[in-house]
Design a protein around this ligand. Structure first.
Ligand code: NAI
Length: 292
């Protein structure tokens, strides 16, 4: 397989993760096309990336010139047809199997490069399910980034029974050589490596709150001061997004049928109430500064 250097990337979704992935790709000098379903969502996504680039400048990680250049490399569209020339697509929309499957089916028809890589940032949907929605399952992998993408250096690379070794290598080289990420490889099991360990821990924290065992603040303080974690499980659940944690837990429970993966009722009620964490301004904590 000819391994032309990847210089044209597509990102599907400009929520927390899509915006982060688009930003790191643009900062790494690739041309980035971002999909959002509507102009309003695209404008919000662009604003999210620009705010993050601004933070990069104020913290001294980026120069003004680098910020400018990164912003010029970003374009937005609401038409998947515009992705025809993309060499790598990173899908990062809502953790919903049907929505993702539909996007993979559509992208597969549009992308013309026979060496293109189609990747998903899913946390818990088996990659095989997305691959089999396409006619080229060999070009589908999981590239699972971590939040916030510009800060955390890890990518989990997930290959399926169908992924070609060349595609896996191309994805790994891009993540490592171009984006400067550390890559670990996982089998195609819901949750992969990190969430298989992390999600039961987050759910245990929520169960502790639910049972009145301890306060949100004390649980978080316990893990920060007692285990040197950068933040406790409730604050981390707020950062990930309660809707996303619930969707991941549902998928992992569907796969393994282990009670430790099943979302506790308090999580369900908070999602129903729209308390989605940092992104909605209210979760286990309040975030008055959140710009939606
Ligand atoms: P988010 O809620 O910030 O963004 C969701 C995105 O999906 C937005 O771009 C939204 O416009 C789009 N979307 C929602 N419904 C849609 C629909 N019906 N059709 C098309 N687009 C739709 O979510 P976030 O946190 O960015 O998560 C996205 C993906 O990344 C999920 O698969 C999640 O599991 C994964 N992920 C999330 C992490 C986190 O910490 N939040 C970490 C690693 C992976």
């Amino acid at each position: 397989m000819a391994s032309e250097k990847i210089t044209r990337v597509g990102v599907i979704g400009a929520g927390q993760m899509g915006a982060g992935i688009a930003e790191v790709c643009a900062r790494a000098h690739t041309d980035v096309l971002v999909y959002e379903a509507t102009r309003e969502l695209a404008a919000a996504g662009r604003a999210r990336i620009l705010r993050s680039l601004d933070r990069g400048v104020s913290s001294g990680k980026l120069t003004e010139r680098e910020r400018e250049q990164a912003s010029w490399r970003l374009r937005f569209t609401s038409d998947l047809g515009d992705f025809a020339d993309r060499q790598l697509v990173c899908e990062a929309i809502v953790e919903d199997e049907e929505v993702k499957t539909e996007i993979f089916r559509a992208l597969d028809k549009v992308i013309t490069d026979p060496n293109a890589v189609l990747s998903s940032n899913t946390s818990s949907i088996p990659i095989m399910k997305l691959g089999m929605a396409t006619e080229h399952a060999e070009r589908v992998v999981g590239m699972h980034f971590f939040n916030p993408v510009p800060v955390l250096p890890l990518v989990e690379l997930v290959t399926t029974l169908m992924t070609s070794p060349e595609v896996a290598e191309r994805a790994e080289n891009f993540a490592h050589d171009v984006l400067g990420k550390q890559v670990i490889r996982s089998a195609d099991r819901s949750g992969f490596i990190v969430n298989a360990l992390l999600v039961p821990y987050l759910l245990s924290g929520i169960r502790m709150v639910e049972s009145g065992f301890a306060t949100v603040e004390d649980i978080d303080k316990g893990m920060v001061l007692g285990c040197a974690h950068p933040m406790g499980p409730l604050k981390l659940t707020d950062l990930v997004g309660l809707d996303t944690v619930k969707a991941i837990a549902d998928k992992m429970y569907e796969e393994f049928k282990e009670p430790l993966y099943s979302p506790p009722p308090l999580l369900l009620r908070m999602v129903e109430a729209g308390r989605l964490g940092k992104k909605s301004g209210h979760g286990f904590y309040q975030y008055p500064e959140t710009t939606k």
